[in-house]
Design a protein around this ligand. Structure first.
Ligand code: BTX
Length: 323
């Protein structure tokens, strides 16, 4: 009901919607409408009520609730089902549970705050309230296990495009899962998999974006390595808009990838947005550090590094440090 009311108010930007029109559209009494308006005001929506004119939406709070995201979302798969929590340990953990219980592909789990947000290899992901996008998508691609990591690369292309569009500043991909603005990380991707034999059952694609996190709010150890979209653009960006932009950029790339194109069909797009190739790097792999020049990425998303002794190494998984 509140979603319908908000939708009607948004359809009349700056103008009034009469109480009568709302009653008719929603099939409830004026008192019921008033009660919902009151609840919306309590949630932070600034709604003006004028006798004989009706209601007018003056300002929306920066929320990532299902209704804020859904209004204006132009996708047919991603985000068609949205699960919102104000506070949660990790949206990836919740998405795993929902996926095991049969949640459909494209389900989006999102929270205002995470108390145990995680990165790769058990690292923490700083996820304060009211200022970031902490979300996970449930995907069910027909993929062999060996290809699952490519989803991270496909997502990185979508993220770089969305964040460049939102800020007007070029975002760069650092292989495999970071999006940077001028060497500082504003987004991380964590893909987790549930698989049996060689077939993926589902993937949980976790995405963390620092949207309006004030720089001074980052903990000491992140001060010099993290940034947020607000810091890059100079003004805050509504978080629901960020979510929609990501969903809308990702959906066509994901479809191209799963409908037979594979990573080979995304590779050139990845290369255009990357800031990894051509640089001297240290790849911290499970086998130890590998130092050399990041030469290329192959059609499977594997990073090729020319070592100092001239040999080329294939890197399947690593943390990359720029030398
Ligand atoms: P990662 O392992 O590549 O990066 C983690 C590292 O990034 C940390 O060790 C720290 O140095 C740095 N870091 C931590 N928090 C931030 C931050 N807010 N901004 C910039 N740098 C940071 C990256 O892992 C993958 C992160 C995915 C996070 C999403 S949020 C929604 C979903 N749920 C969940 O628990 N994780 C994912």
């Amino acid at each position: 009901m509140q979603e319908s009311i908000l939708h009607m108010l948004r359809e009349q930007p700056g103008g009034f919607v009469s109480g009568e029109a709302m009653c008719q559209a929603c099939g409830v009494s004026r008192t019921a409408i008033w009660k919902h308006i009151k609840e919306l005001q309590d949630a932070g929506y600034e709604i003006e009520a004028v006798r004989n004119k009706g209601y007018r939406l003056v300002q929306s709070p920066d929320l990532v609730t299902a209704s804020e995201i859904r209004d204006g979302l132009r996708t047919s798969l991603l985000g068609q089902s949205i699960v919102y929590h104000e506070t949660i340990d990790s949206t990836n953990t919740m998405a795993q549970k929902l996926a095991l219980n049969g949640a459909p592909e494209g389900t989006l789990v999102i929270a205002d705050e995470q108390t145990a947000g995680r990165g790769r290899r058990g690292r923490n992901w700083f996820s304060p309230p009211h200022s970031g996008v902490w979300m996970s998508l449930i995907l069910r691609p027909q993929l062999p296990v060996a290809h699952a990591a490519q989803i991270t690369l496909v997502t990185a292309v979508a993220m770089a495009r969305a964040l460049t569009r939102l800020t007007g500043v070029e975002a760069g991909i650092k292989w495999p899962n970071d999006i940077l603005f001028d060497k500082r990380k504003c987004c991380g991707i964590l893909t987790e998999m549930h698989a049996e034999f060689d077939q993926v059952h589902h993937l949980v694609l976790g995405i963390g974006i620092n949207v309006n996190v004030p720089q001074e709010q980052f903990p000491e150890e992140l001060q010099s390595i993290a940034t947020s979209l607000q810091g890059v653009k100079g003004v805050p960006i509504p978080r629901a808009e960020v979510v929609r932009a990501v969903m809308e950029e990702l959906e066509p790339l994901y479809r191209r990838y799963v409908d037979g194109g594979g990573f080979a069909s995304i590779r050139e797009d990845w290369k255009r947005s990357n800031i990894t190739l051509g640089r001297q790097i240290v790849a911290q792999t499970a086998r130890g550090p590998i130092t050399g020049e990041a030469l290329d990425i192959d059609e499977f998303g594997v990073l090729l590094v020319r070592r100092e002794d001239g040999e080329t190494e294939k890197i399947y998984s690593a943390d990359i440090l720029f030398a």
